[in-house]
Design a protein around this ligand. Sequence first.
Ligand code: DAH
Length: 344
Amino acid sequence: MKERLEALKHEALEQLGKVADAGQLNDLRVKYLGKKGALTEILRGMGSLSAEERPVIGQIGNEVRSAIETLIEEKQAHFERLETEARLTAEKVDVTLPGRPLKQGAIHPLNQVIQQIEDIFIGMGYSIAEGPEVETDYYNFEALNLPKNHPARDMQDSFYLTDDLLMRTQTSPVQARTMEAMKGEVPVKIICPGRVFRRDDDDATHSFQFHQIEGLVVGKNIRMSDLKGTLLEFTRKMFGPHTQIRLRPSFFPFTEPSVEVDVTCMKCGGGGCRVCKHTGWLEILGSGMVHPRVLEMSGYDPEQYSGFAFGMGVERIALLKYGVDDIRYFYNNDQRFLQQFARV
Ligand code: DAH
């Protein structure tokens, strides 16, 4: 039995000497010291020993166990050290590396256009007015001389929420709201930027929701020439000092007379190109002299006061100004598109 114990010790220590990782080490621990391991197996035979032999063999057994345990512990410590070292190397932090730059946000191109237009009109003494996106039928249509069942309501297919409430189809209702709030005082000189909604299928040039900027001036002796001068000043600041404008007769229920306003094509300078369909002109807004009925309904006597109004689509202006060919780019939030408008 003594020989078997010595042989076991010799074998175990030799095996442990060759162990390559913590997993193998654990296997050997089970193999030699486990409950069903080799040492237990040998010592189970102690029952058949004489009383003198038993303590001697018992002691040798203990020595063999502790020799194996000691080596296992040493190996264990060795593997743990290796692991820690490996982790330290892998996780090394280079404190001299430059930091990751934070991505900087920028103002959305549509908001940039809105701000630019606001600045131009503020410079001409206008203030900014706002109105609700959920609007009553009265302000969106009736107060703008579009009574129920008026055929011109079809020009703007609407999202109705109830019989009387809808998503506003235009920023023009802010005209009526502002005049009402001013209670007959003049001058009224406002622009109203905001979002509007129409039942339209989205494509390169249409969207069910877009932005408009409305303008309204009411006072004494406001004439068509004031409208023309104002729009010329605006378009020159917006598109460049050589811009010309052209007024074409049109129809809007809330203005009389009504005009559509074209500017010289900013792509070709008026010579004719694909963008302006070879006319040299681009339509950018609707406008006219405020209809006497509209003044009257909102508390201004048309015998004493007159005014002009205009409305433009922000997306259309942005498309033309930046030469973008699809309105959907403005809504998709693709960084590669938006980044081009970032002002550093
Ligand atoms: N609200 C019109 C539209 O959405 C645009 C417009 C035209 C506004 C003429 C006006 C105006 O104030 O006078 O088509």
